[in-house]
Design a protein around this ligand. Structure first.
Ligand code: URA
Length: 290
């Protein structure tokens, strides 16, 4: 069984259990295994570390590539790193991140079972909005993340990721809580636009709305995977296009045996507390994120 590592969390028992059922070798249908996709994701991460494609590289402390389960069914995509994230190299580590953790727990999930990324991987100075050319420059990394992680559901957090992934300027106020099927690069997923947790921190009514919208996530994870496009993948900014990566059962369910109740999006009430990896290890494990 291949290792399954997370940036912040040591492997928990239920996740080990599902890893045992996950395809760590190439599946019969000729697709890439989870282990292969994870390795490719690491390569994309290493490329992102050296990225100078937009001016944000001049002011960043670290690249905040994203973190979590490289084989997650559920991805969250925020806007861009803030000061804390820029310092630590991890997404959503401040108050908004704590709220995200709480909301995940309320629907029986934990951070270690999802993948969290941002539209831009480097902090916009002074927490200003990312500029269109910065979003564009970073977009290949996000596309690669979606194509390699192969989520079933993506929750966009706030306006920037919602507009980018929908390719449409309609704002989050109109769209929040309304799930739709969208094709992102070579992956067709269920997209659920959500208010950004930072906005919900300051407005009780937004928090209530965010909570209600969050409650839709389990049913979306349980829904069959939408039909996938035939187009060849272009998974990483410069990597060669890999083929479709995850076998799906005829009913559209994952071939891994995962279900909404399975540890792949594990219920936190059935799990021991995740073990925190000491900070020194986080630093030394920067290349072993997944
Ligand atoms: N806000 C975001 O959009 N992303 C982060 O990583 C942190 C705060």
């Amino acid at each position: 069984m291949g290792e399954r590592r997370f940036l912040l969390f040591a492997e928990s028992a239920p996740l080990r259990a599902v890893a045992a059922r996950s395809p760590e070798h190439t599946l019969d249908c000729g697709v890439r295994s989870a282990a292969e996709r994870r390795e490719q994701l690491k390569e994309v991460y290493e490329r992102a570390l050296g990225c100078t494609a937009c001016p944000l590289h001049q002011t960043r402390t670290t690249v905040v590539f994203g973190a979590g389960n490289a084989d997650a069914d559920l991805m969250f995509i925020g806007e861009g790193p803030g000061a804390n994230e820029d310092r630590q190299g991890l997404p959503f580590v401040g108050r908004a991140g704590k709220l995200l953790d709480t909301l995940l727990q309320e629907i029986g999930l934990e951070r270690a079972s999802v993948f969290i990324a941002n539209v831009v991987k480097c902090r916009p100075p002074g927490n200003r909005d990312p500029h269109p050319e910065e979003i564009e420059a970073c977009h290949p990394f996000l596309r690669a993340q979606v194509e390699l992680i192969e989520p079933r559901v993506i929750c966009t957090l706030g306006n920037f990721s919602t507009k980018l992934l929908r390719g449409d300027p309609t704002g989050i106020t109109r769209l929040h809580g309304r799930a739709e099927v969208r094709t992102i690069g070579a992956r067709t997923i269920r997209l659920l636009p959500l208010f950004h947790p930072a906005a919900a921190l300051y407005t009780p009514s937004s928090l209530q709305t965010l909570r209600e919208d969050f409650s839709r996530i389990p049913e979306l994870l349980a829904a069959p995977l939408p039909p996938q496009p035939d187009a060849p993948l272009t998974a990483s900014p410069t990597a060669e296009a890999p083929s479709e990566a995850r076998c799906e059962t005829p009913s559209g369910g994952p071939a891994t045996g995962a279900s909404p109740e399975s540890p792949r999006h594990a219920r936190s009430d059935a799990q021991p507390e995740p073990e925190l990896v000491p900070e020194s290890e986080i630093v030394t494990e920067q290349l072993g994120l997944f």
